[in-house]
Unconditional design. Structure first.
Length: 500
């Protein structure tokens, strides 16, 4: 019997009423294992209404109560991390170790939310004028929404809702319809932790659900992670409806390798950063820029390591890389490799014909490595979101920097070198929001914020960290003057002397 994933509204499962369902496949087999209900406008409205009603009390609840619930949720999440990782593997396809890593990175933000008290401290200036004090406080917005991608079905929602609800907001999540089960299990754990009904809600669906959240007058802010075209649409539409928006888009992350770099370490990093999680992550390294004469040696080392990667089902503990999320996405990724030679690239490894014995109907693709890729090739220009690594050759640091800064994306980047001066120049001169020095995937820890530049981010706030707290709250400044108690009207004795 096919499993059905329904909505989560007002603290309980709510069966879909639209009669429309989306298929959820096991990427390793290609079989449809689950159906997910697609929400109507009325169902989205019901979720927002539940969140609005819950905000009336949650928004005024104490910080102690909110963090107590989050501490309990964190303990439950820790105890169920293997279960949630298994759900991710079953619907996304990533290997179990990658799925466990995803849950762990999401838990970092839960940790941050448990200590939100520090981030929500206000400010006070006393005696700015005679008997006048000025204070600044931060207050929740109300109902906020998150729209999240398929590649991290547990982590990216946890980049959003723990901070949002710790700040006193209520939350409506629209997860990817391709792998929805992890988010529903998280909702159940939140309820088990004692989160009041309506504080966290889930609606599944497609553009109908997304557009309703973007236009609903009771939704005060929208967080999004996904491709650049959709991020731009989310930002434009939500802002036009008066909402605060953080919309994180796509990427083409470059790794600059200088001639003095440890080439073994650089090759290890390139392989893990390009092919980990099958390349389906916005912080994947998809372009290595080799400076000077090291290109041939570096490509040989990358090839040697890439050919050893074992591809197989994510629930096989010997697998190091799983399938892609859908057959359509697999075919799109393969098209970049098949067209690369005609565009002037040298195809060192072609993974487009890869299959796994016993799982021939899975969404498989092997490792692809393209060398001497022209900047005009589609494989370089587009975000591929698959296990395809492009290598570009330049003669100097300055040429490599100009190439990276010429990209319309500015999400993450890295430099590999032993030279501290070169690394310092790079971190100041490169146009990207996150920079790694001998670190290929510079995803910040939870108490620093995540976000890119240029076409990789629309909106003013990065996600989680201090930016997350500021995004989910608004400031208020209070100026206060109290009369001196010694000036109380005659006949009112407050115990203060009448002389001063």
């Amino acid at each position: 019997m096919t499993k059905i994933v329904n909505h989560w509204i007002g603290g309980k499962t709510v069966e879909g009423a639209s009669g429309t369902y989306g298929p959820v496949t096991d990427p390793a087999t290609g079989a449809v294992t689950t159906k997910v209900a697609f929400a109507t406008v009325d169902e989205v409205d019901a979720a927002v209404a539940a969140a609005r009603d819950a905000f009336a009390t949650w928004g005024r609840s104490s910080l102690a109560k909110r963090t107590e619930i989050l501490f309990r949720f964190r303990a439950l999440l820790d105890g169920h991390r293997d279960e949630i990782a298994a759900l991710i593997t079953a619907e996304h396809g990533k290997v179990h170790s990658d799925a466990l890593g995803e849950v762990a990175r999401g838990m970092e933000i839960v940790d941050l939310a448990c200590g939100i008290n520090v981030q929500l401290k206000g400010e006070l200036s006393t005696q700015v004028a005679s008997r006048v004090d000025v204070s600044s406080i931060r207050q929740p917005l109300g109902v906020v929404a998150g729209i999240t991608p398929f590649n991290f079905p547990a982590m990216v929602p946890m980049w959003m809702f723990p901070i949002a609800i710790a700040c006193g907001n209520t939350f409506v999540l629209k997860p990817s319809e391709k792998d929805p089960s992890a988010s529903v299990r998280i909702a159940e754990l939140l309820a088990e932790a004692g989160l009041p009904d309506g504080v966290f809600n889930i609606v599944h669906g497609d553009k109908v659900a997304v557009d309703r959240l973007l236009e609903h007058p009771d939704v005060k802010a929208v967080s999004f992670v996904g491709s650049t075209p959709i991020a731009r649409y989310i930002h434009t539409t939500a802002a036009a409806n008066g909402k605060r928006v953080q919309a994180l888009g796509g990427a083409k992350n470059h790794m600059l390798v200088l001639p003095d770099a440890d080439l073994d370490a650089a090759a290890d990093a390139a392989v893990s950063a390009a092919y980990g999680s099958a390349g389906e992550r916005c912080m994947a390294i998809s372009a290595v820029v080799a400076v000077g004469a090291i290109g041939d040696t570096l490509v040989a080392k990358i090839r040697e390591r890439a050919e050893r990667i074992k591809i197989g089902p994510g629930n096989d503990p010997t697998s190091e890389m799983g399938p892609l999320i859908t057959a359509a996405h697999r075919d799109k990724v393969a098209s970049y490799v098949r067209g690369a030679a005609a565009e002037g690239a040298e195809v060192v490894l072609d993974g487009t014909g890869h299959t796994v014995e016993g799982f021939e109907d899975g969404h498989w693709i092997g490792i692809s490595l393209l060398d001497k890729v022209p900047t005009g090739a589609k494989a370089y220009q587009d975000e591929i979101f698959g296990p395809v690594l492009c290598v570009l050759r330049v003669d100097t640091y300055e040429e490599g920097l100009a190439l990276i800064n010429g990209s319309p994306f500015g999400n993450g980047t890295a430099i590999f070198t032993r030279d501290g001066g070169a690394a310092r120049r790079f971190q100041l001169e490169v146009e990207a929001g996150m920079v790694g020095v001998n670190v290929p995937i510079p995803v910040p820890v939870g108490y620093h914020s995540f976000g890119g530049w240029k076409d990789s981010l629309f909106g003013d706030h990065h996600i989680y960290g201090n930016d997350g707290t500021h995004f989910y709250t608004r400031g208020k400044v209070v100026t206060t003057r109290w009369p001196d108690p010694a000036d109380a009207p005659a006949g009112v004795d407050l115990g203060f002397p009448r002389n001063h």
